[in-house]
Every structure is written in structure tokens, then in C-alpha cells.
Write a protein that binds this ligand. Structure first.
Ligand SMILES: Cc1ncc(C[n+]2csc(CCOP(=O)(O)OP(=O)(O)O)c2C)c(N)n1
Ligand code: SF4
Ligand SMILES: [Mg+2]
Length: 378
């Protein structure tokens, strides 16, 4: 197994490497429990990194403490296994001084939302150009099964023998509230979806926050089974695709319609057609806020990009990393056509659709290669 420094020494300057997933696997013995959801996340991240055409030495994977914290050992990239909850602080410092690097943070629900809550929300508020994958298993895995800030009310664990009395965080809602410019959710047991979501996070310029549902089969087995079990998955999960209607279901086709200021689940064919359903719009923070708060026995679990920011924040698209990232106010999303199926048009009309991206305009990504030259304070 060659190491990152070996590769740098051998490769002629400027050559774009062709990698396979194996090139991103380190020689360390993996210490996660057999059956843990972390294996799938590791595998998908290695696959995506291999396909990006980016020299391996330009990736840095930074973790906090927890089972998820072991992630950098298994990646053949640069990495830091830091201290509990502080990975976003290390990542912010690194990205601010080396904007050329691709900085990924790996964290758990306890690491991110208990001890690290403060660091997490401020990294999102500052729109630091880092990518953060939060492995949510709704438990402290490494310390053998205490309840976490995402454990449900009534959860019995060693630290809550009578059942938890605390209401859990809604992580994507927290991320939206703290100002992350990219917020997504994926699931470790749906590898194709997880790969696509990791790829999308990479393409975003600015803070990308991805919650990954990850089963801890030792201390919280089946935490997400009501959505992820193969027998119910297609009827319980709504895969979000920008520009496509919010519909799902195999046994029965369902869709989301607007009822006053709330989203309502409608059964298609029951006087409601697919064309009556709302269309997903990643640039609409109001829709994202409604989607993450869907609740109830017939509510689906939305997965995918809840909020992707305006198009100019996507790497590789015209304007990204250059003009758009330097001064977002100069670039507005194109005017959407008149319609009744986009939430923003229903609520405020097409003429003001550029208001949808208002919450992004004030923030210049910290550590993006383009803004480092002009930024005064990171
Ligand atoms: C300062 C500090 N406080 C507490 C701990 C003990 N500790 C280690 S990991 C952990 C929780 C990890 O939970 P989570 O982030 O959900 O990660 P998981 O193991 O589930 O992947 C705690 C409380 C610690 N290592 N350092
Ligand atoms: S304790 Fe849970 S989260 Fe940790 S490695 Fe084992 S299965 Fe995975
Ligand atoms: Mg956990």
C-alpha cells in the first residue's frame, strides 16, 4: 500500500491521477463492529473521492471522537483524529489557511450535537467551505450506548434507565436555522443515494452539511427501520430531486400538496393528480424548512438535497468559485416561469422569486479558493 507522501514524490507535476476506490483505502485494520453502518459510509466516500480527479494529497479528513471518529484512519488521505466536538474548529482553521485543500469533517450525533454543538453551529453560520458528514445513529456508540441528542423521547439506555425525557434535535432543521448553505440527508443502507449525496456535497462551495442515518447494530439496532427496512422503504421514503414533483410510494402513490401554510400528504388518484403536487426546489429555504418538519404516521422521510443554495455556489458550474463566490449579490438565480407548483410562487409570486436566495446572499464562503484573496476576516 503506497502512502500519500509516496505518491506525491512519484507523480510528475500537473498530472491528473486516475484512482480506484482501493487507492483511498488505508492499510489500517478496521475496528468497527461487524454489521455497523459506518462501513457503507466509508465505502461510498472512498468511491466518490476516487472519481473526482483530485490528487489524493489534496483531501483532508478531520474527525472528532466516537466510532465515527475512527474514519480518518481508514482513508488513505491526510487526516486528523481531533478532540471531542472540535473537528469543525480544526477544519475551519485549515480551510482558512489552505483554501486549496478539500476539507471533510466526519462527526457523530453526540460529537456534533452534544459537546460540539457550539462549534457546529458557528461553522455553519460562517458558511465555511468544508463538507461535514454527521453519522446519526441516535446513540453514543463508542462509549457503549448512552442516549444522544437525537435519541427519541422515552429511549431507555444506561444513562436514561427510566427513559429519556429530552426532546431530540431535528438535525437538518438545526442546520437550516444555523445557516448552512447546503443541507442534505442520506442513509447508509442506500449506497447509490449516499454516493450521489456525497458527490453533491463536494460540488457545493460553502458549508455542506449532510446527515447520514447510520445503524448501530450493537447499541441501537433498527433505529431507522420504520423507514429503511426493505419491505417498507419505497412507501416511506421520498427521494428529493430538484425540479421534480414531491411524489413517492409503490403500493400507493402519494404526493405533497400545500394546505394553507403546511404540507399535506395526498393520495394520488383520490381527486389529486401528480400535477397538483408541489415541485422540489433546492433553492427554496421555506420549502426545505417544511420538508424537514414533516411528521405523522403517513409522512414520508425526505432524503436528498433539502437545500442546495443558488446555482452559483455549485462547483464546476459557470460562475462558481469565481464571480459568484466573490460577490453572490451580483448573481441571481434565473427568473422562474410563472407556475403554481413551486412553493415560492404559491406564497409570494414569481416576481419576487429571487427573494428565495436572500438568506444566501450575505454570506461569502469562508475558505473558498476564490474568496480568500478578497476576504478580510475568515
Ligand atoms: C471531552 C470528552 N468528553 C467525553 C468523552 C467520552 N465520549 C467519547 S465518544 C462519546 C460520544 C460519541 O457519540 P457519537 O458522536 O454519537 O459517536 P458514535 O460513537 O455513535 O459514532 C463520548 C461522550 C470524550 N472522549 N471526551
Ligand atoms: S458500537 Fe455501534 S456505531 Fe460503534 S462500531 Fe459498533 S455498531 Fe458501529
Ligand atoms: Mg452516535
Amino acid at each position: 500500500m503506497s502512502t500519500v507522501p509516496d505518491v506525491i514524490a512519484r507523480r510528475p507535476a500537473g498530472e491528473i491521477p486516475e484512482y480506484t476506490k482501493k487507492d483511498f483505502a488505508s492499510d489500517q485494520t478496521i475496528r468497527w463492529c461487524p454489521g455497523c453502518g459506518d462501513y457503507s459510509i466509508l465505502s461510498q466516500v472512498q468511491t466518490v473521492f476516487a472519481g473526482l480527479g483530485i490528487p489524493r494529497e489534496q483531501f483532508v479528513v478531520i474527525s472528532g471522537i466516537g466510532c465515527s471518529g475512527r474514519f480518518p484512519y481508514y482513508m488513505n488521505t491526510y487526516g486528523f483524529h481531533t478532540i471531542h466536538g472540535r473537528a469543525p474548529a480544526f477544519a475551519t482553521g485549515l480551510k482558512a489557511t489552505r483554501p486549496d485543500l478539500h476539507v471533510w469533517v466526519i462527526s457523530g450525533d453526540g460529537d456534533s450535537l452534544s459537546i460540539g454543538g457550539n462549534h457546529l453551529i458557528h461553522a455553519m453560520r460562517r458558511n465555511v467551505d468544508i463538507k461535514l458528514l454527521m453519522f446519526n445513529n441516535r446513540i453514543y456508540g463508542l462509549t457503549k450506548g448512552q442516549y444522544s441528542p437525537t435519541s427519541e423521547v422515552g429511549k431507555r439506555t444506561k444513562s436514561t434507565p427510566m427513559g429519556s425525557i429530552d426532546a431530540p434535535f431535528n438535525p437538518p432543521a438545526l442546520a437550516l436555522g444555523a445557516g448552512a448553505s447546503f443541507v442534505a440527508r442520506s442513509i447508509a443502507v442506500i449506497p447509490r443515494h449516499l454516493r450521489a449525496t456525497v458527490q453533491r456535497a463536494h460540488e457545493h462551495t460553502g458549508m455542506a452539511y449532510v446527515e447520514v442515518y447510520q445503524n448501530c447494530n450493537i447499541f441501537n439496532d433498527g433505529a431507522f427501520a420504520e423507514f429503511t427496512d426493505k419491505s417498507v422503504r419505497s412507501d416511506r421514503i421520498l427521494e428529493l430531486r430538484h425540479g421534480e414533483p414531491l411524489v413517492w410510494g409503490k403500493t400507493e402513490r402519494k404526493g405533497l400538496v400545500l394546505d394553507g401554510l403546511l404540507l399535506k400528504v395526498a393520495t394520488l388518484g383520490d381527486g389529486v393528480a401528480e400535477s397538483d403536487c408541489l415541485v422540489h426546489d433546492e433553492t427554496d429555504p421555506t420549502l426545505a424548512s417544511l420538508l424537514v418538519r414533516l411528521e405523522g404516521p403517513d409522512a414520508p422521510l425526505p432524503i436528498g438535497v433539502l437545500q442546495g443554495g443558488p446555482p452559483h455556489l455549485r462547483r464546476g458550474l459557470p460562475g462558481a468559485d469565481q464571480q459568484g463566490a466573490q460577490d453572490p449579490r451580483q448573481r441571481r438565480p434565473p427568473q422562474a416561469p410563472e407556475c403554481r407548483r413551486h412553493l415560492a410562487h404559491r406564497l409570494i409570486g414569481c416576481a419576487t422569486s429571487s427573494a428565495r436566495s436572500r438568506s444566501f446572499r450575505r454570506r461569502r464562503p469562508v475558505g473558498s479558493a476564490a474568496c480568500s484573496a478578497t476576504s478580510t476576516t475568515p
